[in-house]
Design a protein around this ligand. Structure first.
Ligand code: GDP
Ligand code: MG
Length: 363
């Protein structure tokens, strides 16, 4: 964004913006000069506005699009309770060619990458469930590209199946249906298909574009077909992300580790996150001390759609927070502090509103 654009969006004069920039130690000579994201955000916060980062997603009409590399899709598994979401994730994790390698894929990250024999890969979020999906969305984090809707072949479409469906539709995230438990004697995949069609799911067999794959998480059958279907969907979506430049990412999990301090699992959306980078993550900041991959191995960097565990933050961020790389510790600190203040302010305001609502009106 240029300074002129920023000023007009904030409904401020260019000189007002310029003066704040100079307070921040930023020089900006002309209105056409592009501003770094963190500088724009600091200015906006100064005027009491919140900026939503326009995600570094590649736009459909970007003329440079073809030179931007393809990236793996990020996939969330949803469905009715007991229909086999956890089992399916476990089976998929084991299906990766990387699972046979030393160390294997541990479950500590909250996300894992399935490497297929073709060399293609798929990133799965390990937290099935609608609550996580909605919470992330509510925080503005649209990290999921594709939803796998799991429906048990013996149980059919249930309330949470429909709930998952509407979450995906609202978020405009395409689905691929996995009819699970096809090993069971009373499995009736044809009935599941009928039920889905009755609920206006446009399956391929009726001319739509929703693929259906029959699987058994228990017997690990149909997994290749499911992976192929996901890959096909991802190819149709033409998902691309720049690998160069500063990283932008989204937190999918964060916790406090006794030994290592705050740890956040981040999925890089674009750019490459490197060890040593100065980052602001939601209302926290820090310098990346160490990056670990899903096998717990230390890596120097992580590119698009790769989940990594980040250490070195001053405190634990929240799931859905975005991560941005900044050029100076000072700015990272300022930005994090500003956000913290605003968060605190919002929290107090909410509490006051609640308290006011709870107080009975005086007669
Ligand atoms: P979630 O609640 O959706 O995460 O479901 P779980 O993965 O916990 O599975 C619920 C139950 O269904 C467990 O007892 C699993 O062993 C069982 N289950 C999951 N997948 C299959 C399958 O493909 N075939 C059979 N027969 N049972 C399965
Ligand atoms: Mg489960």
């Amino acid at each position: 964004m240029t300074m002129r654009e920023l000023a007009s969006r904030l409904q401020q004069t260019e000189s007002a913006v310029q003066s704040i920039l100079s307070d921040l130690g930023e020089s900006c000579e002309s209105g056409d000069e592009a501003l770094a994201f963190d500088a724009s955000e600091l200015v906006a916060l100064e005027f009491g506005a919140q900026v939503k980062r326009v995600d570094a997603e590649v736009k459909k009409d970007d003329p440079q699009k073809e030179v931007i590399p393809l990236r793996p899709p990020v996939i969330t598994v949803m469905g009715h309770v007991d229909h086999g979401k956890t089992s399916l994730l476990d089976a998929l994790r084991k299906s990766s060619v990387a699972a046979g390698e030393a160390g294997g894929i541990t479950q500590h990250l909250g996300a894992f990458v399935v490497k297929m024999s073709s060399g293609a890969s798929l990133t799965f979020l390990d937290t099935p469930g609608h609550a996580a999906f909605s919470a992330m969305r509510a925080r503005g984090a649209a990290v999921t590209d594709i939803v796998v809707l799991v429906v048990a072949a013996d149980d059919g479409v249930k309330p949470q199946t429909l709930e998952a469906l509407s979450h995906a539709q609202e978020a405009k995230v395409p689905i691929v249906v996995a009819i699970n438990k096809c090993d069971k004697e009373d499995a009736d995949p044809a009935r599941v298909r009928q039920q889905l069609i009755m609920h206006s799911v446009e399956l391929e067999e009726i001319g739509g574009d929703v693929q259906v794959v029959e699987v058994s998480a228990k017997q690990s059958t149909g997994l290749n077909k499911l992976e192929e279907a996901l890959l096909l969907m991802s190819e149709m979506m033409d998902l691309r992300a720049r690998t160069d430049g500063d990283a932008h990412g989204v937190v999918i999990e964060a916790r406090l580790d006794r030994g290592q301090g705050p740890l956040a699992t981040v999925i890089v959306r674009s750019g490459t996150l490197k060890q040593g980078a100065i980052v602001v993550v939601g209302h926290q900041w820090g310098r990346v001390r160490c990056l670990r991959d899903m096998a717990g191995a230390i890596v120097k960097s992580a590119g698009p759609a790769t989940p990594v565990e980040v250490s070195g933050l001053r405190g634990a961020p929240l799931a859905g927070d975005s991560l941005n790389v900044l050029q100076s510790e000072d700015r990272a600190k300022k930005l994090a502090e500003k956000r913290q203040l605003i968060m605190e302010h919002d929290r107090l305001q909410k509490r006051n509103l609640k308290a006011a609502a709870a107080t009975p009106a005086t007669p």
